[in-house]
Design a protein around this ligand. Structure first.
Ligand SMILES: [Zn+2]
Length: 216
């Protein structure tokens, strides 16, 4: 049976996250939300984070500002601030798991994902670092992203899809996607296949030189 792991990045977003959670709860689906530090520091964002956890989803760190990709930054201390400050806010909500997802430029995998500084931080603090193998472009191609996701699912045994917990992205057609997956008998799971686990608890797993700036 083919599998899919759903992930929701770049949130939480008031008015969006609650609706995504309701749709997932109705169908008993558990996922991971990779959140941004600058969205969870205020009481509204922190309350949404609590709600995500209450619903049984996992929470991961997706940087503080999601601005310059780690591998594209040469600023000392950048990774520490982006990852460390976000993780401190996540920990404040009582979440002890350390999951991290770097961001690609428009979903691409490559040497922009990580810098040596970011990598050293992730290893030192025993993070689990999660990549992906499907980016259907829910944020900029509303007309086709569901079809693109279903076609990715048909092509691989276990798809890890990047969706977005922001306005005008996955929410609009989420039920359509879930109906399509159900129709094709795809199993929705919360865990991740080894191929997208770049680092597990600080130990490199599927990390490649091509994921780190200057290594390949
Ligand atoms: Zn992102």
């Amino acid at each position: 049976m083919k599998k899919i792991t759903l992930t929701f990045d770049n949130g939480p977003t008031p008015g969006v996250t609650e609706s995504i959670l309701a749709i997932l709860a109705e169908r008993g689906i558990k996922t991971t939300f990779f959140v941004m530090g600058n969205r969870i520091g205020d009481p509204v964002g922190a309350a949404l984070l609590d709600k995500i956890v209450e619903h049984g989803h996992w929470v991961g760190n997706h940087s503080f500002t999601h601005s310059v990709a780690f591998g594209d930054s040469t600023e000392p201390g950048y990774a520490l601030r982006e990852i460390g400050d976000t993780q401190a806010l996540i920990a404040e909500r009582g979440i002890s798991e350390r999951l991290f997802r770097p961001f690609g430029n428009f979903g691409l995998l490559g040497p922009h994902l990580l810098s040596e500084e970011a990598l050293a931080h992730l290893i030192e603090h025993r993070f689990t670092c999660i990549a992906w193998n499907s980016v259907p472009h829910d944020w900029d191609d509303q007309a086709h992203w569901v079809e693109r996701c279903l076609s990715d699912v048909a092509k691989q045994d276990w798809t890890v899809v990047v969706l977005h917990d922001i306005e005008d992205a996955s929410l609009e057609r989420l039920t359509e996607l879930l109906d399509g997956l159900a129709k094709q008998g795809i199993e929705i799971v919360q865990s991740f296949p080894e191929e997208v686990v770049l680092i597990r608890d600080g130990e490199p797993v599927s990390l490649k030189p091509s994921h780190v700036a200057g290594r390949s």
